[in-house]
Design a protein around this ligand. Structure first.
Ligand SMILES: [Fe+2]
Ligand SMILES: [Fe+2]
Length: 343
């Protein structure tokens, strides 16, 4: 990793076609595939503290073992340490390419570096909002829930000691908030928005139970705690892949509600918010939101996801550009609208 300056992923994302770079990061995924000539190539995704990028390592790339010296590895697919690089720090040399109008990345050299000198946890992306700020916001929302709902939330997050792992959990492995603290950041945003929706609805004559809506929002993605693991980058668990966070979250909620002795009507109302929060069956919810509280949480969840995708897209755009690359998660291009550009 000599001569050329090491770039951050934030800097690489602003590069244009043909630019070259070197980068250090922790591997999120690495899978071996076969090209049309039957030769091995890799799909690799890496993360540093600024974000993630994915790219391809074609069969003519160089692989280096730089853990203790500098050894060129002829057959990386045969080398034990290269077979699964997930969670390890690597150095990549690459180039920005373009395919069908979209920028892509090719990595032409992969170096497995000394893991003590470059510990993987140093390269893990965290929520841009500090843990203290998010914790304060979460506690304010919890305090807005008086009575048995507030007691139940206190029981779940603090008496059952879920808080320590909840606050570091990611909200995804890609798509949105896929970093340490992402679940807490997303949960606070959803609960705030749902609270505002319920308050606006109530002012307009649509009565709703505010503590139930807030509790549903704070618990809606509880199942993500079992769906992801930090290695130290976020990866999907077997349960997360094949049971999904809605089922995992509901079953944990049910067990906790029984243990606490939550009132049956509250149990049904909050449980309904958890299972319906994706808003439609195609997105994994077995039932559609059928109460004002569930409609508020589902709308708030969708809103936070879209806003995240918008921010992620426009933050990567060079100055003066108005139309983003196509965002596959949100299925649209975003517009970096600025009043001064208006005509
Ligand atoms: Fe969800
Ligand atoms: Fe969510």
């Amino acid at each position: 990793m000599e001569e050329q300056q090491i770039r951050t992923i934030g800097e690489i994302r602003k590069m244009t076609k043909d630019e070259k770079f070197k980068v250090l990061g922790v591997v999120l995924k690495s899978s071996i595939r076969k090209d049309k000539n039957g030769k091995n190539y890799w799909d690799i995704g890496i993360m540093d503290s600024e974000g993630t990028i994915e790219g391809k390592v074609w069969s003519n790339a160089q692989w280096w073992d730089r853990r203790d010296g500098q050894t060129l590895v002829a057959e990386p697919a045969e080398a034990e340490f290269f077979r699964d690089l997930t969670g390890k720090t690597v150095g990549l040399a690459g180039q920005v390419t373009e395919f069908k109008g979209q920028l892509q990345y090719n990595f032409n050299a992969v170096s497995l570096v000394n893991q003590q000198k470059f510990p993987p946890h140093q390269f893990v992306q965290r929520s841009p909002i500090t843990e203290e700020t998010l914790e304060r916001a979460f506690l304010e929302l919890l305090e807005a829930c008086e009575g048995p709902v507030g007691d139940f939330l206190d029981f779940v997050f603090f008496k059952k000691n879920l808080w320590e792992s909840f606050k570091t959990c990611p909200a995804a492995v890609s798509h949105h908030h896929a970093y340490v603290g992402g679940l807490l950041e997303h949960t606070v945003a959803v609960a705030r928005t749902a609270k505002n929706i319920v308050e606006a609805g109530t002012a307009g004559g649509y009565e709703a139970d505010l503590p139930v809506a807030i509790a549903g929002a704070l618990l809606h993605d509880l199942g993500k705690m079992e769906s992801y693991r930090l290695v130290p980058a976020p990866v999907m668990t077997v349960a997360g892949t094949f049971h999904d966070h809605i089922v995992l979250g509901y079953s944990r909620f049910e067990a906790l509600a029984r243990e606490f002795g939550l009132d049956e009507r509250l149990f049904l109302a909050i449980g309904h918010i958890i299972v319906s929060h994706h808003g439609c069956r195609e997105y994994g919810s077995p039932v559609l939101p059928a109460t004002p509280e569930a409609m508020a949480v589902s709308a708030a969840d969708e809103m936070d996801f879209r806003l995240f995708c918008w921010k992620h897209s426009v933050d990567q755009m060079e100055d003066g550009r108005e139309i983003s690359d196509f965002n596959p998660s949100a299925q649209r291009r975003f517009w970096k609208w600025e009043q001064s550009n208006g005509v």
